[in-house]
Design a protein around this ligand. Sequence first.
Ligand code: XIL
Length: 329
Amino acid sequence: ADTLRAAAAQAGLFFGVAASPGRLNATVAREFGQLTPENDMKPETIAGPNGTVQNTGNADTLVNYAQNNSMLVRGHTMVWYSQAGQLNGANQATLNTFIGNALRRWGNRVAYWDVVNEALADNNAGTRRGQWPHTLDRDANGDGDYFDATDTDYIRDSFRAAKQAVAAAGLSTKLCINDYDVEGLTVRGGARNNKAQALYDIVRTYTQGSEKLIDCVGFQSHFNDNPNSIITDDLQANIQRFADLGVEVHLSELDIDDDLSNNDIGQGQAENYRKVVRACLNVARCTGITVWGIADSESWRSSERGLLFTGGNGNYQKKAAYTAVLEEL
Ligand code: XIL
């Protein structure tokens, strides 16, 4: 195969990209088999008053483009402390209303939805206590977690609402939890990655009991020089243990800083892309990889030059990293 999307399809996974309507051009449909709206499905854009969905023009443009080009859509994202717009500070009932409305708005045209994004705090500090939406939670028995039957947990309740909406509407949309710095089993220096462990505990709790609330896990995979964001040799092992819970794993927002000066194993960007793609390929339930933009100049972190193309405005040149990914797939 001579495109990323075709090579990935042959290997049994999707290879996608995050984009906005202004970035839809021939390269997108040729190279990518999946589309994530980079901003246009965030509550900041589409949440109206009282859990309504509004202002869907850009999202519709992206979904229609995906449909016309046989690309999957990963909806991104519903419940998130950032870019929450009119949803910011909402109670659980309003969140649930919004979740149902967003799911029904696009139905099966959205194959996967990030229901909960970035629930965990930086620096292995557990959940984002004191910060909405975590402020909705109640620890009924004071044991310090939110996972008991009597406790209130917005993650559980949001996924419950989503599952109910999916079932009631007869949809096949899969429901994901997404976070960053959860990729490796360990972090720089070899210590255990407690943030990955916290995510694992959440996914285990809500998939191994009587309720199967979570279908997929997104490892954002913004790899850079931060101690918790590096590429570790145990990336595959971490993907595998989530997969062993029966959920699909996606590398959902991949970019790799081209200067990983402190990376424990980094040999340069193309080799790092190889390692990451290989780790996903080696796990059957790692079903998709999405790069967070097309060209370096268009990236949310353009100074890291972390993507697969240079150039811009639809005129792109393939980087060594592109060739490495294509070969690896
Ligand atoms: C970023 C977008 O790329 C930017 O354009 C926007 O200004 C901020 O959000 N984690 C996420 C994504 O889940 O939604 C973020 O996207 C990048 C980090």
